[in-house]
Design a protein around this ligand. Structure first.
Ligand code: F6P
Length: 342
């Protein structure tokens, strides 16, 4: 069999580990040829790929990023995009396509399935916001990096008795902020799911600082929003998938805290550091399991399905279910986090 694989959307630690596992089982167990399409859907539109072999994949398990390259190219925004993708698959005799991506790429993959393409999805995103699966790969690595950063900020914050505002990724959901905030002992956590009242945040920080020399760490997810009409926010621009390009909320929050409390406040934006570098052991194992699960799903002709983690088992679920609803921070986790707020 000839199997295609692509990586789309933002990169994520563990992408190469998925590709490596697909290639390994495809070549050694099934005797397949694997075609690695370049730069997400762009490679399918332009018939741009390379043949991937076990030999070639050596050394890629711990490597961050993706050896295939990635873009947010949306084939539905290109003239004849679906036909071009179909032509590429037919021309290269590809029986099944493994699409590794987040919400945007997987929605596209589901639309391709509805138009008759033989596709299987793999859930990738440091945000951990894909529905149905308990975990996306990359999340554990991002939380590990963010937690270490918060820990480092504690000592400098305490030395100066400052408020430190840390911006982490998380456009629609606050999983990274909540996990890293709990693990790093944050004073407050602001997430998209819970619009915040800046006045109340400032009052609680003031109470804490008045009680003694207690520096504060405020972790802000990049998609966190204030209650309506309580605070000006940065302007928004859109990418090809119609996603808002985020960033800047921490700076706004820090300005308001300094203005309203008088406490010296500094900002740290972790940004793409959370997505770079080597995956954690957890993400290496999860990615490897997803890769093996995906090639097995191709051979079982489970088109329109996505591999997922459920009760620590790799299963397949319909892509349509996976992209229907985002996975938000649960009430239980949020309640636990808020027990430690100032
Ligand atoms: O969706 C994953 C993600 O890392 C988000 O957390 C973040 O908002 C976005 O990608 C950033 O995308 P880009 O790399 O295009 O700036």
């Amino acid at each position: 069999m000839r199997v295609g694989v692509l990586t789309g959307g933002g990169d994520c630690p563990g992408l190469n580990a998925v590709i490596r596992a697909v290639v390994r089982k495809a070549e050694r167990h099934y005797g397949d040829a694997v075609l690695g399409f370049k730069d997400g859907w762009r490679g399918l539109l332009d018939n741009d790929f390379e043949l991937l072999t076990v030999e070639q994949m050596r050394g890629t398990l711990p490597r961050g990023g993706t050896i295939l390259g990635t873009t947010r190219t949306n084939p539905f925004k290109v003239d004849n995009g679906v036909e071009l993708v179909k032509e590429t698959l037919a021309k290269n005799d590809v029986t099944g396509l493994i699409s590794i991506g987040g919400e945007g790429t997987l929605s596209c993959t589901n639309e391709m399935f509805k138009r008759g393409l033989p596709v299987v999805g793999v859930p990738k995103t440091i945000d951990n916001d894909i529905g149905v699966t308990e975990r996306t790969f990359g999340f554990d690595t991002a939380v590990t990096i963010a937690t270490e950063a918060i820990e480092r900020l504690h000592t400098t914050a305490e030395s100066h008795d400052r408020v430190m505002v840390v911006e982490v990724m998380g456009r629609h959901v606050g999983h990274i902020a909540t996990w890293a905030g709990i693990a790093g002992g944050a004073t407050r956590i602001l997430v998209p799911e819970k619009p915040f009242d800046i006045e109340e945040v400032c009052r609680s920080l003031a109470r804490r600082h008045e009680a003694g020399r207690y520096a504060s760490i405020v972790v802000v997810a990049e998609g966190a929003k204030p209650l309506p009409a309580t605070m000006a926010m940065p302007d928004e621009t859109l990418d090809e998938f119609g996603h808002v390009r985020l960033g800047g909320v921490a700076a706004r929050v820090a300005d308001e805290i300094e203005k309203r409390t008088g406490y010296e406040t500094r900002v740290t934006v972790l940004g793409h550091v959370q997505r770079g570098g080597t995956p954690t052991p957890f993400d290496r194992v999860l990615s490897t399991r997803y890769g093996v699960g995906a090639i097995d799903a191709v051979h079982a002709e489970k088109w329109g399905q996505m591999v997922a983690l459920k009760c620590d088992q790799i299963v397949t679920v319909p892509l349509s279910e996976a992209v229907a609803d985002l996975k938000f921070v649960s009430d239980e986790l949020w309640d636990t986090a808020s027990q430690f707020f100032a």
